[in-house]
Write a protein that binds this ligand. Structure first.
Ligand SMILES: [Zn+2]
Length: 78
C-alpha cells in the first residue's frame, strides 16, 4: 500500500455566499436600496437592524451622573 499525501483544500467547505453588500428583503429577497424603507416587490417593511441601544444610553447617563456626583462630593468634602 502506498500512502499518497492528501492535499487538503485551502478553503474547507467555505460557503460561497456573497456578503450582504446591499440589503435585501427578508421576505422575498429583493434587493433594497439604501433609502428604500419598504420592499417594492412584496411591500414588506424593511427591518430596522440598527435600533438605538436604549439600555446603553441609560447606563451611560447613570454612570455620568454618578461620576459627577462623586466628583462634587470629593470637591465639597474637606
Ligand atoms: Zn420583499
Amino acid at each position: 500500500m502506498s500512502t499518497t499525501a492528501k492535499t487538503e483544500p485551502a478553503a474547507t467547505a467555505a460557503p460561497s455566499e456573497p456578503r450582504e453588500e446591499s440589503e435585501r428583503c427578508l421576505v422575498c429577497g429583493a434587493v433594497l436600496a439604501e433609502d428604500q424603507e419598504w420592499c417594492l416587490e412584496c411591500g414588506a417593511a424593511r427591518t430596522v437592524i440598527h435600533a438605538p441601544p436604549d439600555w446603553r444610553i441609560g447606563l451611560a447617563i447613570m454612570l455620568a451622573v454618578a461620576l459627577v456626583v462623586l466628583i462634587v462630593l470629593v470637591l465639597v468634602l474637606p
